[in-house]
Ligand binder design. Structure first.
Ligand code: GLU
Length: 291
């Protein structure tokens, strides 16, 4: 039997809160129950928002909490060349295209289209889908704009991608925290439109780095918050395009704040460091998150 492998993959762009504590401790508990491995991955590709200070704070909080993890820790910012090689493959296979529209241009395009009575489609997060214009740009024009240093992002041509993989994509989702049963979930990557898979200066995005790393680290079980449930559709498509193995997924409940809203990294009172300073113990945190 292959070893089950779990991971907790925070982004060091703020302080860990109770929601992260639940996710980390649930991964740890499942790994322990199933005799599996627990990995920590630092998802710091956004070099403008992630800082070494936040990372140090996270490591200290996780240590305090008793989240034991294997060394070495994979830090995504140290592997841009690896993601770049995967991106090159997607470029060669014409599954991505350079998208040049700025946020302002996208807004104007959509406002114009909606003025003419057409509701513009939105992704599961409520963000308008990327307009189709750049996909139709002739190769010569694309090359010229890139040579002229125009800002752009690499976007997945989701129509070309799903034509390649076929439409029947699904993933296995566990039905509850005990991981005793799974059910198939239909992947709907088209709901996200042509998502960004890399930037001009950073040869990856969250989606690309996650699927590359989950495969490289042989993650068998992705246990993460319900807020990433819909994103799994895009990741499943990328796995299929790249011929990567598929982990099974469990998207767990979210820990909500007193106002019933999702916790954020800026909410001080549910931050782990603040709780610790106020005298809470790791056992208190476990109780607070229901573990
Ligand atoms: N880095 C992501 C976050 O902090 C989590 C990614 C994942 O678990 O797939 O929200």
């Amino acid at each position: 039997m292959t070893l089950l492998t779990f991971r907790f993959a925070p982004s060091p762009n703020g302080d860990l809160h109770l929601g992260h504590a639940y996710s980390a401790l649930l991964n740890k508990k499942l790994a322990d129950v199933h005799g599996g491995r627990t990995l920590l991955r630092i998802e710091d590709i956004d070099t403008t928002r992630c800082t070494p200070q936040f990372e140090a704070g996270m490591l200290a909080d996780l240590e305090w909490l008793g989240f034991g993890w294997e060394q070495p820790v994979r830090r995504q910012s140290e592997h841009f060349a690896q993601y770049g090689a995967v991106l090159d493959r997607l470029i060669r296979e014409e599954l991505v295209y350079p998208a040049f529209m700025s946020r302002g241009e996208i807004r104007a395009f959509i406002a114009d289209s909606e003025k003419r009575g057409r509701d513009w489609p939105r992704d599961p997060d409520g963000v308008p889908l990327y307009p189709p214009a750049d996909k139709a740009l002739p190769m010569k024009e694309r090359k010229q704009r890139i040579a002229d240093n125009a800002p752009f992002a690499w976007r997945l041509d989701v129509a070309a991608a799903t034509a390649r993989t076929g439409k029947d994509l699904a993933w296995s989702e566990f039905t509850d925290e005990t991981l005793s049963a799974t059910h198939p979930v239909e992947a709907r990557p088209q709901d996200w439109g042509d998502v960004i898979v890399a930037r001009r200066d950073i040869p990856t995005s969250y989606h690309l780095a996650v699927v590359v790393d989950d495969a490289l680290q042989r993650i068998s079980h992705v246990v993460r918050g319900q807020d990433l449930f819909s994103a799994t559709s895009v990741q499943r498509l990328l796995q299929q395009l790249l011929g990567l193995p598929q982990p099974a997924y469990f998207h767990h409940r979210l820990i909500l704040g007193p106002d019933g809203r999702k916790l954020s990294k800026s909410l001080r009172d549910t931050g782990l460091a603040a709780l610790r300073d106020a005298g809470a113990s790791p056992e208190d945190v476990r109780r607070m998150v229901g573990l």
